[in-house]
Unconditional design. Structure first.
Ligand code: CO
Length: 164
């Protein structure tokens, strides 16, 4: 059960647009998703996107109350106009937290772990984590959207100075 090293900000891997998975099969991706899961759980995350382990493909996993939900090629097909501001962090930007405004409710279309198309509604923290992870697949980080950095501002400047 390998715990993979996390790609950290400001790596350019986190800024790439990730490619959709073509010809998804459970067999081909089972190990990849399991490794993502082990890596997320070990780091006490509540979501993880494939670029965070160095792979620019459109796969994310979300911690839910019923376990870990893998999303393959997820898309937001509806978003509520009502937004909510809450604090976010990211395993790839350790020590930094900020306030991000996101839709309260979303409707998601995605392939599930066995490659079937599914649609579901999400709200609150569940919706927030999905939006955060889909942003990762588009090369967007929560610090881009944060209205205010609430913790670690100096640390963030320090990371940025290492940008190559
Ligand atoms: Co993140």
């Amino acid at each position: 059960m390998p715990i993979l090293p996390l790609i950290l900000y400001p790596s350019s891997i986190l800024r790439k647009m990730s490619e959709p998975v073509l010809n998804y099969s459970e067999k081909t991706y089972a190990k990849f998703i399991k490794d993502m899961q082990d890596t997320m759980l070990k780091n006490k995350g509540i979501g993880l996107a494939a670029p965070q382990i160095g792979n620019n493909t459109r796969i994310a996993i979300i911690q839910t109350k019923d376990g870990v939900l893998p999303l393959i090629n997820p898309e937001i097909i509806k978003e509520s106009l009502r937004k909510e501001i809450s604090e976010e962090g990211c395993l790839s930007i350790p020590g930094i937290f900020g306030l991000v405004k996101r839709s309260k409710k979303i409707r998601v279309s995605s392939l599930n772990e066995i490659g079937e198309r599914m649609e579901f509604d999400a709200s609150g923290l569940f919706a927030r984590v999905i939006l955060h992870e889909i942003d990762h697949l588009d090369g967007v980080l929560f610090i881009d959207r944060a209205e205010k950095i609430t913790s670690g501002e100096d640390l963030l400047k320090n990371y940025e100075s290492k940008k190559s």
